[in-house]
Design a protein around this ligand. Structure first.
Ligand SMILES: O=c1ccn([C@H]2C[C@H](O)[C@@H](COP(=O)(O)OP(=O)(O)OP(=O)(O)O)O2)c(=O)[nH]1
Length: 145
């Protein structure tokens, strides 16, 4: 288990620990008024959360399946990336992909956040890459679905 500094300016309580066995921590909307989204309308949802991730860590902002199934709302840039040097408020860009008007209330669990480790890479610019069986084949070139 790792410790991560977090500021919570919302009035929604944070769990002290991430629930055991659960990859994502739910992110609640921190809004003063109900948000209404027309079909295909998008908006940015504030959370009141600010985090300080260690180097080589990122936070991924992902949709919640309940939101997707019940309201047709998803994270439009999914997975959103929170960089370890970001100190601003975590915000969630969502879109209403349903055919109906949808609403978001204060405290509603809009998305989830997964903390992940990533490599830090030095790019080696070269003229050629090594050969593989696949080569440049992709995008369904094997004919299977
Ligand atoms: O869903 C998201 C995605 C990003 N961010 C914040 C944290 C992230 O570190 C910063 C920049 O995100 P990203 O790199 O995706 O944005 P960009 O469009 O490339 O903007 P920038 O030029 O500021 O990097 O915005 C969020 O709060 N929510």
């Amino acid at each position: 288990m790792s410790n991560v500094n977090i500021i919570n300016q919302s009035h929604h309580p944070l769990p002290k620990y991430q629930t055991s066995g659960s990859a994502g921590m739910d992110l609640c909307a921190f809004i003063t008024e109900t948000i209404t989204l027309q079909p295909l309308e998008r908006t940015l949802i504030p959370t009141g959360l600010f985090i300080e991730l260690p180097h080589s860590y990122e936070a991924q902002i992902r949709p919640r399946s309940g939101m997707a199934v019940k309201k047709g709302i998803t994270v439009i840039n999914s997975p959103g990336t929170i960089d370890s040097d970001y100190r601003g408020e975590i915000k969630i860009p969502i879109v209403n992909l349903s055919g109906e008007v949808q609403t978001i209330e204060d405290g509603e669990r809009v998305a989830q956040m997964v903390i992940a480790k990533h490599e830090t890479i030095a790019w080696n610019e070269v003229a050629e890459l090594n050969e593989t069986v696949r080569g440049a084949g992709g995008f369904g070139h094997t004919g299977t679905v």
